[in-house]
Design a protein around this ligand. Structure first.
Ligand code: AMP
Length: 210
């Protein structure tokens, strides 16, 4: 009941402002982006785009894009920006529901992607409203990813690929933290502790922006 009330209040807010509310959930692999995205969806009823899930779906279906994606993902490397941006634009255009607002999970991962996202949203009369940065120590990230690998069966959740992904994160993705700090959009959230406590902190801060 309370959940329903939260969602309704939020949707009324969107309706009144007649604007998208867009959240980027940001952090290293294993920082809890997927888990906390689920909580954000339940609370705010926004459309969720996980670029990793979009790519894994292509791999599962054996599409041409899936074959290209697999060659990067299994090596722990990023899909090239141009390709990734066009994939994201297609998802935005193909789903009417994105108009109420989106949780971007796993995108952007480079400064070029962040700039492309800014342009794409501006063309739709919208912007990134907040970037929620889940901050977690490296040792804990590795522990979590190894644990997840035992259950997920993901081709990139093995120690060798995990290490590559963390290097890629530090070199190409973590500079986005400063980018979004300078854009005054970065909201730091301590990503350790219980899932519920992390979400409560995040929600309290997001609600201040509504
Ligand atoms: P994730 O499920 O978000 O951990 O993503 C899994 C993998 O998909 C990443 O390690 C990348 O190889 C690829 N990927 C997902 N999102 C992006 C993106 N925005 N840019 C480039 N590659 C991506």
């Amino acid at each position: 009941m309370l959940l329903l009330h939260c969602k309704c209040a939020f949707l009324q807010f969107i309706y009144k402002r007649n604007k998208m509310f867009n959240i980027v959930i940001f952090g290293a692999p294993g920082s809890g982006k997927g888990t906390q995205s689920d909580n954000l969806i339940k609370n705010y009823g926004l459309f969720h785009i996980s670029t990793g899930d979009v790519l894994r779906d292509h791999i599962k279906r054996g599409t041409d894009l899936g074959k290209i994606a697999d060659s990067f993902i299994s090596q722990g490397q990023l899909i090239p920006d141009d390709l990734m941006v066009s994939i994201l634009a297609n998802v935005l255009d193909a789903n009417e529901e994105t108009k109420k607002g989106v949780i971007f999970d796993g995108f952007p991962r480079t400064i070029n992607q962040a700039k492309a996202l800014k342009t794409m949203l501006a063309e739709r009369g919208a912007k990134v409203n907040v970037v929620v940065g889940l901050e977690v120590d490296e040792d804990e990230l590795i522990d979590r990813l190894i644990k997840r690998g035992k259950e997920s069966g993901r081709s990139d959740d093995n120690l060798e690929t995990i290490k590559k992904r963390l290097i890629v994160y530090h070199n190409q993705t973590s500079p986005l933290r400063d980018y979004y700090i300078s854009e005054k959009k970065y909201l730091r959230v301590q990503g350790t502790g219980s899932v519920e406590a992390i979400f409560a902190n995040m929600k309290a801060e997001i609600d201040k922006l509504l």
